[in-house]
Design a binder for this molecule. Structure first.
Ligand code: ZN
Length: 199
């Protein structure tokens, strides 16, 4: 039998399931919370609960938000004529951090991957086409990851979008091949955005 009290083991176990957190870190965080004031532990617990209760997907761009349409979609100063297509909500965060983009987004929630059985129907592609019917869109910036799945997705979208007479561009320059957009630094991402090329 373990000498550790059950409530401690439970928190350690839960924390170890998070990405990037090994058993050692989980243990350190748990003992930190144990020593912290009760309010701090409660604030964390409440924040996690609220995360799952009050977060929805934006009905327009499918980004994660607490209201729909989200802050970006309902901001009149953002150019609705430009849609930047990304794989995941964290990619929006990365591009927003550059402060260089004034358009809107569309989050696909994944990329085409035959190996994992993810086809176009599993992504928010139909919804993207729907947006093109209801808004005047001039440019679609494909900001999928510079890897196999991201390229396949960009190619698929280009074939769909080009016949519609929309300018389709792709982030390319400066991004590490095979990398993940969300890990790119701000300068690299700014350059990739500025140097986007028409497909
Ligand atoms: Zn939105």
């Amino acid at each position: 039998m373990s000498v550790t009290a059950k409530p401690i083991t439970r928190v350690v176990d839960e924390l170890s399931r998070l990405p990037g957190i090994g058993p050692k870190t989980a243990q350190r965080l748990t003992y930190f919370l144990l020593r912290a004031p009760a309010e701090q532990a409660e604030a964390l617990a409440e924040a996690v609960l609220e995360l799952k209760r009050n977060v929805v997907l934006c009905e327009r761009c499918f980004n994660i938000t607490d209201r729909t349409p989200c802050e970006i979609c309902s901001n009149g100063e953002r150019e609705a004529s430009h849609i930047c297509v990304v794989e995941e909500p964290l990619d929006v965060v990365a591009i927003e951090r550059t402060g260089q983009y004034r358009g809107t987004y569309h989050v696909l929630h994944g990329a085409i991957s035959p190996i994992e059985g993810i086809g176009p129907d599993e992504l928010k592609i139909r919804e993207l086409l729907g947006r093109l019917q209801s808004a005047q869109v001039e440019e679609i910036i494909l900001a999928t990851n510079p890897n196999l799945e991201g390229d396949a997705t960009a190619m698929y979208l280009t074939r769909l979008l080009q016949p519609l007479g929309i300018t389709v561009t792709r982030l390319a320059r400066g991004l590490p091949v095979g990398g993940d957009l969300e890990y790119a630094d701000e300068i690299t991402l700014s350059n990739a955005l500025a140097g986007r090329s028409q497909i």
